[in-house]
Write a protein of this length. Structure first.
Length: 578
């Protein structure tokens, strides 16, 4: 944006100070206060995050801020650093307002990402008069940031909702294997050699010949289903990282016959993959909230590793932790390079045609070579994850993007894979294999203790089921259509008090939280809600909440019962051997 702008202060007919930038007035020349009140009435939305582009003399911001409750927030962005010395303290609700002055698009983007997780799609972008004419490029840049952020959050929410049931089942059943498997911490700083993280983007294909030639002199990590492409070229990785709980991910692994590859899996991974993988594996966690619960249940610290929307982000995080050497990313396109979805021989490989481009809402963005490449919002979300992840590493200078294609991932050093190999790969050195034998296996007594804890967890689920059934029964006994009876409210309070202890401890505490948040966001109060409407909303919200908790408790209990049966079979094996 041009720095050549002139800020002029004038006085309106009503005697209030107004601002003009170049030839554009930012307020009414007659009565800016009355204008601001009408502006706020028109644009304010209950339960929304409000983004005001342009502060001017502060009248619009002040009127909007006066309407804020604990259910709303206001971010004010003004690109003009020479704007009048607006006193931020004049804002009525300044603790729910953020002001960003100057061209700080990155700061705005970071701020928005924090709030979009709270408000979701409930974002209201408001432009103060004439700001879209004075700062047209900046205006469109902000609009794009908001649009991209909302789209990526929608993708994220849809993914979470789609896999939520799978996550609970996989998490519970993977505990059976995690109990005897090797915690990831045993791999930390095990290597000093370079690590290559191979992902399944179309550009991987051209790196295969060089990868083959240096294979024995590096540590090779495969990101999930990429292993099929590697095996098709007779390249077996040292490790395969897998986190996806969907059945399609299991299909990538069900026919594999691996001799030397060791699996590093998350507790969210499809449980049948670990079942198919006969040897002991390395386990990690992707959800910080379950860390203490896992430690208590299986008596083992399972590290939480940062990642994002793709298995490749976790593979990079793992690479950064297992070696002190250099790290190369290959096949990390995050784009439909040459109109291909994946590298060849990946089971999901397909050629992208115009129909698919339109259906998935694909678009072009800056590429690895500063060109334009075809991508979509799921890939854009992954790109952001990679960029954020890099900032968490102590020595990010060790990491190189050697994809030579696809999207531009900001912050990463770019060199060719050939250059990486010439600089960091010692062809006279072969990394030592990770030996799992030093990690002691669990004894029969250990399994007995585990079984006892699982039975206690099942009992907690049964108590939750009983309590929420009581709550549903109480709601249905309320005769009035406009308010709750005092007696019913007192009984519901007693039920809620008993439920609280189960929502503070155990697996129900983990699965209840997203249900409560979802139900709350789906039943927000309306503007000027009547007493009857409030009752109907709260009644519906309460009934939905208890019903979903009942369903979740029953389903989760079923998973733990299956886990219990598997543990009992394991103990029988010990008994027979004894």
């Amino acid at each position: 944006m041009s720095k050549n702008y002139k800020v002029v202060e004038e006085i309106s007919k009503s005697g209030h100070k107004i601002v003009k930038i170049n030839d554009y007035y930012l307020h009414s020349k007659y009565d800016p206060i009355k204008e601001a009140k009408r502006f706020a009435e028109k644009h304010f939305k209950k339960n929304f995050l409000h983004i005001l582009f342009g502060i001017g003399a502060g009248y619009f911001a002040k009127e909007l801020s006066e309407k804020l409750t604990e259910d709303e927030f206001l971010i004010i962005v003004d690109p003009f650093e020479k704007i009048i010395n607006f006193q931020f303290e004049n804002i009525e609700n300044y603790n729910r307002t953020i002001l960003i002055i100057g061209e700080k698009k990155e700061l705005f983007s970071q701020m928005l990402e924090r709030f979009v997780g709270i408000f979701g799609k409930r974002i209201c972008f408001i432009t103060s008069p004439n700001y879209d004419h004075i700062a047209i490029d900046y205006y469109h840049d902000l609009l794009k940031i908001v649009k991209d952020c909302i789209y990526m959050e929608v993708v994220n929410i849809n993914t979470i909702n789609y896999f939520s049931r799978d996550w609970e089942r996989n998490f519970t059943l993977n505990l059976f294997y995690a109990f005897n498997d090797i915690p990831f911490k045993e791999l930390k700083n095990f290597y000093e050699e370079p690590v290559v993280v191979a992902s399944g983007g179309p550009s991987l294909t051209k790196q295969i010949p060089l990868l083959k030639s240096i294979r024995n002199h590096i540590v090779l990590i495969s990101s999930g289903s990429t292993i099929n492409t590697l095996l098709s070229h007779h390249i077996e990785p040292d490790f395969v990282v897998t986190i996806d709980g969907g059945i399609n991910n299991y299909k990538h692994f069900e026919d594999l016959n691996l001799k030397n590859t060791q699996m590093i899996y998350s507790l969210s991974n499809h449980h049948k993959i670990r079942e198919h993988f006969n040897s002991r594996s390395v386990v990690f966690n992707t959800n910080k909230e379950v860390e203490k619960y896992v430690q208590k249940l299986i008596n083992k610290d399972v590290d939480t590793i940062l990642g994002g929307a793709s298995v490749a982000t976790y593979a990079l995080s793992i690479a950064e932790k297992i070696t002190t050497g250099a790290i190369a990313l290959i096949g990390q396109d995050l784009a439909y390079t040459d109109n291909k979805s994946h590298a060849e021989n990946n089971k999901n490989f397909k050629v992208i045609d115009d129909e698919v481009i339109k259906k998935r809402g694909m678009f072009y963005t800056k590429g690895y070579f500063e060109d334009q490449v075809l991508t979509d919002y799921p890939f854009l979300l992954m790109k952001n994850n990679f960029e954020h992840l890099l900032k968490t590493f102590k020595n990010p200078e060790r990491i190189y993007n050697c994809t030579e294609g696809g999207i531009k991932i900001e912050g990463y050093q770019q060199i060719s894979f050939q250059q990486f190999c010439e600089k960091f790969v010692d062809r006279n050195k072969i990394p030592v294999s990770f030996n799992k034998k030093f990690c002691l296996e669990k004894t029969r007594d250990d399994w007995e203790k585990f079984l006892k804890l699982v039975r206690e967890e099942i009992n907690k689920h049964e108590n939750v089921e009983r309590l929420v059934k009581d709550a549903i029964s109480l709601l249905k006994r309320n005769k009035s259509k406009s308010n709750f009876s005092t007696k019913i409210l007192k009984e519901l309070d007693k039920v809620d008090e008993k439920l609280k202890k189960y929502f503070k401890d155990g697996f129900m505490s983990i699965i209840a939280q997203p249900i409560i948040i979802k139900i709350y966001h789906n039943n927000l109060p309306k503007e000027n809600e009547s007493e009857k409407e409030t009752y109907q909303r709260v009644y519906k919200r309460s009934l939905n909440l208890y019903s979903e908790l009942l369903h979740a408790a029953a389903e989760s209990k079923s998973n733990f019962q299956f886990l219990k049966e598997k543990i009992e079979k394991k103990i029988k094996v010990f008994n027979n051997e004894g």
